[in-house]
Design a protein around this ligand. Structure first.
Ligand code: GLA
Length: 385
């Protein structure tokens, strides 16, 4: 029998450092709808999934040693000597250590081995799982008593401050606070969250991975964020109470379209419409109207492609094929954009045909082997015994 990821993480840890103190599972996430809305204080609808990073961890001796099993790389860090690494992934972990020290929590060296099955750069949030899983592990290891929201926020700050990715809170929140068979209807303004049961056997959540990892994703992401901020600055002159795009109606934006750059207008217009689509989709879900839910998903993709301009040709190809395939309720790109996966809501009886249709599209239109994941919604970060 081939060893599981958990076995490999454990055995590698034991061989190098002795027995681990704790073993953590930190899941990836999907997002049904609400893209680029989190940092605009709007709504999102993510969920934690059955793909995760597993970490074996314990306090070390003189310096920290971290091993990435999947990349077959080791990083050694003398205590207190934090600096950016060419390997990139250690920056997510170092960013977490810096955030603990910003909270005046001093930590000893830490030994850690991790590996998992969240494809890197596929938009399923392997980085959020890494930062928050590490923070969660440290919290457990040293009994720091942080609650789950604080851990999610710490992970976000690690990426914002040290990695330089000005991400919102969605991925970290979903990874840490996810629940089995549940969607998280999260209000990113105050982090209040409605846990929406999604225990359906008649539909499946299916990801189609373009396998495109766009180098510009980080910088373009930060540009989108600052374009939204520029829009808010303009609107604030006219509506002093506006704190974020959450407070702006389509009419308010239209009234001041001439005061802003056309690109900034398009970005703001997308976010305002997308937030409305999340609300529409959530209402559709409670009314058990998955057709309306799917229409909102398709609309989300069109907005991301045409107004927010964060899609890419491969995502558009997969989405346009899915959108007209029988049994597909909705299809759209997922996550930050410029590559990664489409997320598709597919009726169970049509699942096999959908996979066949998409496989042909991968071969014929993208000249690639298909990578298709049928997802299960799982619980958030946890310690495994
Ligand atoms: C990335 C970010 C999230 C969110 C999405 C887009 O996944 O980490 O905070 O902004 O992009 O919705």
């Amino acid at each position: 029998m081939t060893p599981t990821i958990i076995d490999r993480v454990r055995t590698t840890f034991e061989a190098r450092f002795g027995r681990e103190s704790i073993l953590i599972r930190a899941p990836g996430r999907v997002n049904l709808i609400g893209e680029h809305t989190d940092y605009n204080e709007c709504y999102v609808l993510p969920a934690a999934i059955d793909r995760a990073i597993y970490m074996a961890i314990k306090p070390g001796n003189n310096e920290s040693h971290w091993i990435s099993l999947d990349l077959n790389q080791t990083f050694d860090m003398p205590t207190g000597l934090i600096s950016h690494s060419k390997l990139r992934w250690p920056d997510y972990l170092q960013g977490v250590l810096l955030e603990f020290s910003a909270m005046d929590i001093s930590l000893p060296p830490i030994d850690m081995v991790f590996g998992g099955d969240i494809p890197i750069g596929s938009g399923m949030s392997s980085s959020a799982a890494l930062t928050t899983g590490f923070a969660f592990a440290i919290d457990r290891l040293f009994n720091l008593g942080l609650d789950r929201v604080a851990i999610a926020e710490l992970g976000q700050r690690a990426e914002n401050n040290f990695v330089g990715m000005k991400c919102g809170i969605m991925d970290q929140f979903a990874s840490v606070l996810g629940r089995e068979k549940t969607l998280l209807q999260l209000d990113c303004r105050d982090l209040s969250c409605v846990f929406v049961p999604f225990n359906r056997t008649d539909v499946r959540i299916v990801l189609c991975d373009t396998q495109v990892k766009h180098n510009l994703a980080g910088s373009e992401y930060n540009t989108r964020r600052s374009q939204c901020e520029t829009g808010i600055e303009t609107l604030k002159h006219h509506y002093p109470k506006v704190a974020s795009l959450r407070d702006v109606s389509p009419d308010m934006l239209e009234a001041h379209r001439h005061n802003m750059d056309e690109v900034v207008y398009r970005r703001c217009s997308y976010v305002i419409a997308e937030n409305q689509r999340v609300i529409t989709a959530c209402n559709a879900l409670s009314a058990d109207d998955l057709t309306a839910f799917g229409i909102a998903m398709n609309g989300s993709h069109h907005g991301l492609r045409d107004e927010y301009e964060v899609s890419c040709p491969e995502l558009d190809v997969l989405q346009s094929v899915a959108e007209i395939t029988t049994g597909v309720l909705g299809s759209r790109m997922m996550g930050g954009g410029f590559g990664g996966c489409t997320i598709n809501l597919v009726e169970e009886p049509a699942l096999a045909d959908f996979q066949k249709t998409m496989s042909e599209a991968f071969h014929q239109k993208l000249d690639k082997e298909p990578i298709i994941h049928v997802c299960q919604l799982k619980g958030g970060t946890e310690e495994l015994r």
